[in-house]
Structures are given as C-alpha cells and as structure tokens.
Design a protein around this ligand. Structure first.
Ligand code: PHE
Length: 357
C-alpha cells in the first residue's frame, strides 16, 4: 500500500472496496467508479481548474500520486483474481485419465466404410488392385476421355459442379474417371477397382445428396467378354446378398437379377442390372416375389475410351477389350441394410451410427 493512500478516510474506503472485490466483474465496477470517465478521481482532477496556480501544483501532484497508487492496487488485485479464477478452473476441469471408460461405447465403423472395406477385400481376393484418384479432376478424365460429347447433359452446369475460375476442372461426377487415369498411367492389361466420393449438382432429398460414393471396377485383359462381366457381377451380387446366383444359373433356374439393355457413352454394349428384392422382418431377400430395383451400371468398355488413352492393342496384337461397372455404395446400404433415407447416412446421429455401424 502506498503512503499517499494512508491517512485519508475517503481513500481508505476505496482500498477496502478493492480488496473486497471477489471477481473480475466486481473489480471492474470499482475501477470504473474510481478511474473511469466520470469516476471520482477524474472528477477531482477536473476541479483543479478552479484552483490557484500554487494550489494546483500541490493538489494536482497529490491527486496524480493517488491515481497511480490506485492503479497499482487495482492491477495487483486483478492479477490475484485471475490467478484464483485459473486455479478454480484447473481444479474443476481436472481430467482423471485413470478413470475407467464408460461401458458399451466403443466406436464403430461407419456403414459406408464397412461396405467399402467389404468390397475391397472381396475384389482384392480376386486379383483386382485398388486405385485411388482425386475428387477434383479434369474435364478430359471425367468426360472427353470417356467418349462423352460436349453436348452431353451431364456436362451442363446444372448437373455438374465446376471449380470456379479454374478452366476444365470439376468435382468428378463418377468414379469412371479412374478408368481413364488407370489406362493412361498403368496401361493394359489391368484389373482394378476404385472407391470414392462423387458429386452432382442435386438438391437433397430422401434418395439424393450432392455427394455420394461409388465403386468402379474394370477388367481389361485378352479374351475378356461380356460373359465374364456377367459372371463377375453375379458373383459379386451373390456375395453381397448371400445367395448363390451362379449355382442357380447352372441349375437353369430363373434368377432374381436381370441385365437390362441401357446406354452409357463409355460402354458398348451397356447394361443396367436390377435385383428383385423383398424385405421380411427387416432382412433383405433376393427373390422373384419382390420388386425390381436398379443396382448398377456396366458394359464393355467403348473402343473410343481406349483410343482416347492411346491404347489399341494388347501386347500380343489382339484388339484391346474389357468391361467396366459402377455401383453406388449408398444404393447398397439402402438395399442391403434397409436404410430408407440417404440423409441419415451423413447426419452423424450417434444412435444411427450405433445401429448401422
Ligand atoms: N459411371 C456410371 C454412372 O455413374 C456407371 C458405370 C460405370 C456404367 C462403368 C458403366 C460402366 O452412372
């Protein structure tokens, strides 16, 4: 405590207020009442004008000393309060890392991760390599290389998200970009899959989101025909839906899967594959009593796609040929696990994650 503050009763009262302030808010109030624009000391300093030069010198100097002393006291107290508040917080926020974890709350893999991992291990076991590529890609990799002409509707801005001020760059609309990337970099023969996000300029509803996931697959090897594609996809669907479609075909039985002629600019001939499914007690079953639902697109890779990548023949001189297919991962989630609204997949609701993880 400073000497100038000793002895005078009015200063004693303020000293008491400062020392009794219990938190920074209270201390601020005292500071303002004392030193603020209309605070008591400021008022006193304003009165100096009416005094004689002699008096002004002594009273002014005294008031300034008092102000400095109060400032020091206030700062000291403020430091003490800050320290006390920090100590209190440290005590309250103490984290005991030795406490046992709460039971039954281990993390789970997201449904999309689970399906993707299941598919990668299925394909890896069958000699496919996993390719990965960027989500922002060129118009060539997404469209031109894939034989999609300039006037194709998918190339319009209302369907595709282009990168602003960046010529020819866009958010890929399908994982078929990986066909072009692989043919250009690895060449042929090749057997690959690629799993990742794709983007479309769609409004959000129960079955559409601007971002979703696809798995692309392609097999380019000498002698590969549409029959191989059909077997490959029937085997994949058998794996996904726990039926043996290939055995049913061998027994000449009608199967709950159909290859429906379709069109894609990058495959010829092209086909879409529908599954006939029904749901009993939440379990999905492939059987002919259900309803037909589209599940994937496929076809023999168009010769122009190879040509655009500078490939015409295999090493042995035979013309290059192969098949490709694309499946929506969310589509599998909705079919196989009965997810009714695609939006739930992305909401991060813990109960949903616990249930479907
Ligand atoms: N890229 C197509 C789509 O997004 C799917 C597809 C892939 C079709 C490969 C044929 C061959 O719909």
């Amino acid at each position: 405590m400073s000497d100038v503050l000793d002895g005078t009763t009015w200063t004693q009262d303020w000293i008491k207020q400062i020392s009794e302030a219990s938190d920074s808010k209270e201390l601020d109030k005292v500071r303002i009442a004392l030193l603020g624009k209309s605070g008591i000391l400021t008022q006193e300093l304003k009165k100096l004008g009416s005094l004689s030069v002699e008096e002004r010198r002594t009273v002014g100097a005294n008031l300034n000393n008092i102000r400095e002393s109060f400032e020091r006291l206030l700062n000291e107290k403020s430091r003490k309060i800050d320290e006390a508040e920090l100590n209190k917080r440290l005590q309250q926020e103490f984290l005991d890392v030795t406490l046992p974890t709460r039971p039954n709350t281990p993390g789970k893999r997201h449904l999309l991760t689970q399906i993707s991992e299941e598919l990668s291990s299925y394909f890896c076991a069958r000699g496919f390599c996993v390719m990965s590529g960027p989500e922002v890609d060129t118009e060539f990799n997404c469209f031109d290389g894939l034989n999609m002409p300039k006037h194709h509707p998918a190339r319009q801005e209302q369907d595709t998200l282009y990168v602003k001020d960046c010529a020819n760059m866009l958010l890929r609309v399908h994982t078929s970009t990986m066909q072009v990337r692989t043919f250009l970099s690895t060449g042929v023969p090749v057997r690959g899959i690629s799993i990742g996000s794709v983007f479309r300029n769609d409004a959000v509803d129960a079955t559409h989101t601007p971002l979703f996931h696809q798995i692309e697959g392609f097999v380019v090897e000498p002698g590969i025909t549409m029959a191989h594609m059909k077997y490959c996809l029937l085997d994949l669907l058998s794996f996904l839906f726990k039926v043996d479609l290939c055995a049913m075909v061998a027994r000449n039985e009608p199967i709950p899967v159909r290859f429906r002629p379709s069109f894609f600019p990058f495959t010829e001939p092209s086909s879409e594959v529908d599954c006939c499914c029904s749901r009993k007690d939440g379990e999905l079953k492939l059987d002919l009593d259900g309803t037909w639902m589209e599940i994937l697109g496929c076809g023999m890779i168009h010769p122009n796609v190879f040509k655009n990548c500078g490939i015409e023949h295999f090493e042995d001189g035979t013309p290059v040929q192969g098949f490709a297919f694309g499946i929506g991962i969310e589509r599998i989630a909705m079919l196989k696990y009965g997810v009714t609204d695609i939006r739930h997949v992305y909401e991060g609701d813990m109960r949903w994650l616990q249930h479907y993880g």
